[in-house]
Design a protein around this ligand. Sequence first.
Ligand code: TUI
Length: 314
Amino acid sequence: MIKTPLCELLGIEYPIFQGGMAWIADADLAAAVSNGGGLGIISAMNAGGDWLRDQIRKAKSMTDKPFGVNIMLMSPHVDEVAQVVSEEKVAVVTTGAGNPTRFMEQWIAAGIKVIPVVASVALAKMAQRAGASAVIAEGGESGGHVGDLTTIVLVPQIVDAVELPVLAAGGIGDGRGVAAAFMLGAVGVQLGTRFLVANECNVHENYKKKVLKAGDVDTIMTGKRLGHPVRQIKNQFSRNYFKAEYSSISDEELEKMGVGSLYKAAIEGNEKEGSFLAGQISAIVNKEQPAAEIITEIFAEAEEVLKGAGKWVK
Ligand code: TUI
């Protein structure tokens, strides 16, 4: 059995979060992960407050276990969804793609545990000062909006920089990854890509197929020119976008190219025009299975790896 301080902090059985994937992580997936003993997370993405409130209430009806909401700080509705999570008193709020400190006092006053996703030591320290309960150190192997540093480099630096529990994210897809994260000083992990192919995940079947089929070099990073680097699976859209970044088109036109592309991927399954955000670990994600089984399988593997971790020590 693997137990860490994160389990006690949140009242969860396994120290694992499901990443808050925009247009993908809804109440069905979050409840399945929480019922499986991890922490399920609903993504507030670019949605409005009413949609989020419905999803939170739906998840509450599907599980008695704690779950979280991920707030994407670049969302045009960020103020509204920040208010909704306070009113609904969700157990945990994770944040991404920005600095959450201006909202943290409000969330903490509502009894919410705030766990920001950070891609740098500076933001981790800021989160600690603002009252975070833990931080998620996410390396650039992950899907979606990514920072510069890799997980293996970022996690130990964040562990050294803060006194909070640290979760590792980015490039983790099985028990070996979990064991490695623990070796770096993390006490928990967050996985997105592996949960994307869970049976309970409502993302379009074509999206799941793309992740299941992807090989080692099948993701690409786009968006650097506009300052929002994003990792996604190579296809017609991402290749064209990548090329456009190095052409003479204006920033405005480039920005326009990306609008609606994640919706096209996640909801419509449009293989050519969609933006299929996924992590580099897609290459080892090869089967669709229930969320609860993903969790038990990963932790059985991690336990084996960790038990054997001393084998080279003579
Ligand atoms: O946020 C994520 N992953 C995401 S957000 C997203 S939606 C989106 N789509 C297109 C473009 C941009 C966003 C899809 N995937 N992960 C957590 C994360 N946060 N990774 C990197 C960061 C980050 C980066 C810069 C956090 C803060 C930051 O700057 C902080 C500051 O000082 O403002």
